[in-house]
Design a protein around this ligand. Structure first.
Ligand code: FCB
Length: 446
């Protein structure tokens, strides 16, 4: 066995998001978000689950910080619920909301844990949705106002900011596929939403820098290799378009290349929502790219070329509860490609993890060996990435604890901590114990 050691300042972290863990959906002045509305709409979420209570983190955050400290986490990535700060999306500020996050930040710093704050993890204020939501340009202005208030309150202590989490998912799954809030199914809306999201990011950048001197600011994207199912021309073209649609659609405008025209053409998008000056603002430099990586995708053309029938590379691979292939090599390939093609100043893996059907055993423990192995194999790839000279600075496992997995409700368990949703008891899983040891050693076995 070889021991792969990490640089001394490598940041080992865990991630969560407000709606998935907090609960207290209407307490202390919080306004309604699109996820409150969506989860309260019958038929939208598996089993009729809602985030009303979730992990009750809003009341148990002290216990959760203690848990993180015990794990030895160097960093914690969480998101702020816009509707706790501005219950109506803009205008009146809810002091109780700010206090909640301010206290959390103080407790983290006290515990020696660096906060990484995501401003937007999908929970748009319902009032803003009623005015058109993300397809409406005005939402970017409201976001800048929200960023102003949050960073003015926390910017002295929080020095690492992520504007948006996975805008592709907000736009595509929320406005085109309809599986996420607000549940719309309109291509034009989803494309306009993607642009307003990038504008919101751009509008927030200078605000954050002004209110949080010396801060590092980035954006988190869901990215993954799009691999052709065969060497056929049709499959390779499909993979290239899929890469354009999922990866380049955000990466290109963020790096000054504008929207990928091959994708726009294929979608029949006229891009008439782009106004003069937008693309320049969107291309303003960021300090790091946040990468959420779970799996790769196999691209297969719907009309196979007869002379070169698609072959499935996929078969035989280990699959998680989400139906996602376990493919650690993809993380290395992805980070290498990002650095080669886009050359961002730094990278964090802001999410990586796996859902498996965990259960408490007779001794009250959770022996989640598949997740333990998943994390270990991906961490090995981080080492390889750093060895290749790519400025990768940290890793956040998804997730600190089991939580509300959006349309899948509580049926998917991603945590390194098990949540008993009846008692709200937290139980560190085997993967959590192993992660604790990995952090302590600052190394992984290969
Ligand atoms: C990502 C989300 C995160 C979580 C994981 C499993 O797309 O950012 O909230 O749901 O997937």
């Amino acid at each position: 066995m070889t021991t792969l050691s990490f640089p001394p300042d490598f940041l080992w972290g865990a991630a969560t998001a407000a709606y998935q863990i907090e609960g207290a959906w209407n307490e202390d002045g919080k306004g309604e978000s699109i996820w409150d509305r969506f989860s309260h709409t019958p038929g939208k979420i598996h089993n009729g689950d809602t985030g009303d209570m979730a992990c009750d983190h809003y009341h148990r955050w002290r216990e959760d910080v203690a848990l993180m400290k015990n794990l030895g986490l160097k960093a914690y990535r969480f998101s702020i619920a816009w509707t706790r700060i501005l219950p109506a999306g803009r205008g009146a500020v809810n002091a109780a909301g700010l206090k909640f996050y301010s206290d959390l930040v103080d407790a983290l710093l006290e515990a020696g844990i660096t906060p990484y704050v995501t401003l937007y993890h999908w929970d748009l204020p319902q009032t803003l949705q009623d005015e058109g939501g993300w397809p409406n340009r005005a939402t970017a202005e409201a976001f800048a106002e929200y960023a102003e208030i949050v960073t003015r309150a926390l910017g002295d202590r929080v020095k690492n900011w992520i504007t948006l989490n996975e805008p592709w998912v907000s736009a595509q799954i929320g406005y085109r596929e309809g599986r996420h809030a607000p549940g719309h199914t309109d291509l034009a809306e989803s494309l306009a939403a993607s642009h307003t999201l990038l504008l919101a990011h751009a509008r927030a950048l200078p605000v954050i820098r002004r209110n949080s001197p010396g801060a590092s600011v980035g954006i988190t994207l869901n990215l993954g290799p799009q691999v052709p199912a065969s060497a056929s021309f049709a499959d390779r073209r499909e993979a290239s378009l899929a890469d354009g649609f999922v990866n380049r659609w955000f990466l290109d405008p963020l790096t000054g290349r504008g929207y990928p025209l091959d994708v726009a053409q294929q979608l029949g998008a006229r891009l008439d929502f782009v106004q003069p000056g937008d693309l320049e603002k969107i291309a303003a430099p960021i300090d790091f790219l946040g990468v959420n990586y779970y799996t790769r995708t196999i691209a297969r053309a719907s009309i196979p070329e007869r002379e070169n029938a698609p072959q499935t590379i996929f078969r035989g691979a280990e699959i998680t509860d989400m139906g996602w292939e376990v493919y650690p090599q993809g993380l290395y390939n992805l980070l290498g490609r990002l650095h080669f093609d886009y050359n961002f100043p730094a990278y964090y893996v802001t999410e990586n993890g796996a859902a498996f059907p965990d259960q408490l055993d007779a001794t009250g423990q959770v022996n989640d060996s598949a997740r333990t192995r998943y994390i270990q194999r991906h961490v090995q790839m981080l080492h390889k990435t750093i060895q290749a000279g790519i400025p990768l600075q940290g890793y956040f496992v998804w997730s600190l604890m089991d939580n509300f997995e959006w349309d899948k409700g509580y049926s998917m368990r991603f945590g390194i901590t098990y949540i008993d949703y009846v008692s709200q008891r937290r139980i560190l899983k085997q993967s959590g114990i192993e992660y604790q040891q990995l952090i302590r050693a600052n190394a992984v076995e290969a």
